[in-house]
Design a protein around this ligand. Structure first.
Ligand SMILES: [Zn+2]
Length: 394
């Protein structure tokens, strides 16, 4: 019989919108939660931990594990070798886990390093969150992120690009529907992959059981991706009322990546970011909070994702995205926590993000009440992943 882990908590948020439980105990056996609620008498060999607050491990629906938060991402891809980026990805995975991220979706890398890392973590060879990986993002020729993506033009080439990602071992697919901030010359408001091309990608991906995320910032490109039938819109900053109606009609998720814009905006004074990045992020900053907040109030389902790896937006700072969902969208701290746990798990299609008997024991022990103040998520005291104590702050 393997050792049991008992966690006593002042307050437990289970990841869903349900009311918090106070003075609750969790019992963890063989990687799963087997009881949540009444006090449990320890037996010989049990380990007991206590915390002010317990929440599910955080799920970052949008990250780029090989990218390190440098101010000039496009140049980084010219000067950093694939081997260096693979080592970066492994380090970022460990740092993210230690900061409470127990599941991460990598939405686009230059090589297959996130796929290899996913398998190494699953085999227990490297510390890190559970990883889902999209492989290379699929973009039009010269499109946003072409320097790390798979350029594809026309429905059949896009379908072939999907097949290539599947062959490489990808779990999901990432499409580029509009321009973006970090590619020189790409205009966030302009369409890139067409609705026809995205529809072809989705037909191919869904044949293989793969979900599709679309990078979409501009109004028209967001609607193209929604009509094509993507599972999630990433960024979505220039959405309008018609887009909100499409989100609701189709049940599409929105991953707002507020930290991506905010971290660029907050670090303009440092002077290290290319002019085109600062200009585009400043324009989006003025609209992102208002537009995404409107979508949230209208009932659009928001899942947490930070675009970690973009300038100054570090993998170990995912808690900041939760804080920004409170500050910029008007969510309560518990609603933002739900977006970053249970809802993100639904979007990814993984068994995680909810604390309940029978569910995997991915959870964080915190010193403060995350339902009262999201800043309590910044620095977990303990991170438990798959029932094992993965990190303990000294
Ligand atoms: Zn991204």
């Amino acid at each position: 019989m393997s050792a049991r882990l008992i966690v006593r908590a002042g307050v437990v948020y289970d990841g869903t919108p349900s009311a918090a439980r106070t003075n609750a105990t969790l019992l963890i056996e063989d990687g799963r939660i087997t009881a949540l609620g009444e006090p449990i008498e320890p037996r010989d060999g049990d380990r007991t931990l206590s915390a002010a607050c317990v929440v599910p491990g955080l799920i970052n629906s949008h990250a780029h594990l090989e990218v390190n938060g440098e101010p000039d991402m496009q140049t980084l891809f010219l000067i950093r070798t694939p081997t260096e980026r693979t080592l970066d990805a492994a380090r970022h995975a460990r740092l993210a886990l230690e900061a409470g991220v127990t599941t991460v979706r990598d939405l686009g890398g230059s090589e297959s390093n996130a796929i290899a890392l996913r398998d190494a973590v699953a085999r227990g060879e490297h510390p890190g969150p559970t990883i889902l990986a999209a492989g290379r993002a699929i973009c039009m020729t010269g499109g946003h992120g072409f320097f790390l993506g798979r350029e594809a033009d026309g429905p059949w080439d896009v379908r072939k690009a999907v097949r290539e990602q599947r062959k490489a071992g990808a779990d999901c697919i990432k499409l580029i529907a509009t321009g973006g901030v970090l590619t020189k010359g790409a205009v966030p408001g302009q369409d890139q992959l067409s609705e026809d091309e995205m529809r072809a990608a989705i037909v191919e991906a869904s044949t293989h059981g793969m979900r599709v995320a679309a990078h979409a910032i501009g109004t028209s490109g967001i609607k193209n991706a929604l009509r094509a039938g993507v599972t999630s819109i990433e960024h979505g900053h220039l959405l309008d009322d018609e887009a909100i109606a499409l989100f609701l009609e189709r049940g599409t998720y929105l991953v707002p990546t507020l930290a991506a814009v905010m971290c660029i905006y907050e670090n303009i004074a440092g002077g290290k970011q290319p002019d085109y990045v600062v200009r585009k992020a400043t324009e989006l900053y003025e609209h992102a909070g208002a537009n995404v907040g409107k979508a949230w109030r209208a009932g659009v389902t928001i899942a947490g994702g930070s675009d970690a790896g973009t300038p100054y937006n570090y993998h170990q700072n995912y808690a900041y995205e939760v804080e920004l969902m409170v500050r910029m969208l008007g969510m309560s701290p518990q609603q933002a926590l739900t977006a970053a746990t249970a809802t993100a798990a639904e979007l990814l299609g993984v068994d995680a993000g909810v604390l309940a008997p029978g569910r995997p024991a991915d959870l964080l022990l915190l010193d403060g009440d995350a339902g009262a103040d999201a800043r309590a998520l910044r620095s977990p005291r303990c991170v438990i992943k798959g029932g094992t104590l993965a990190f303990e702050r000294r």
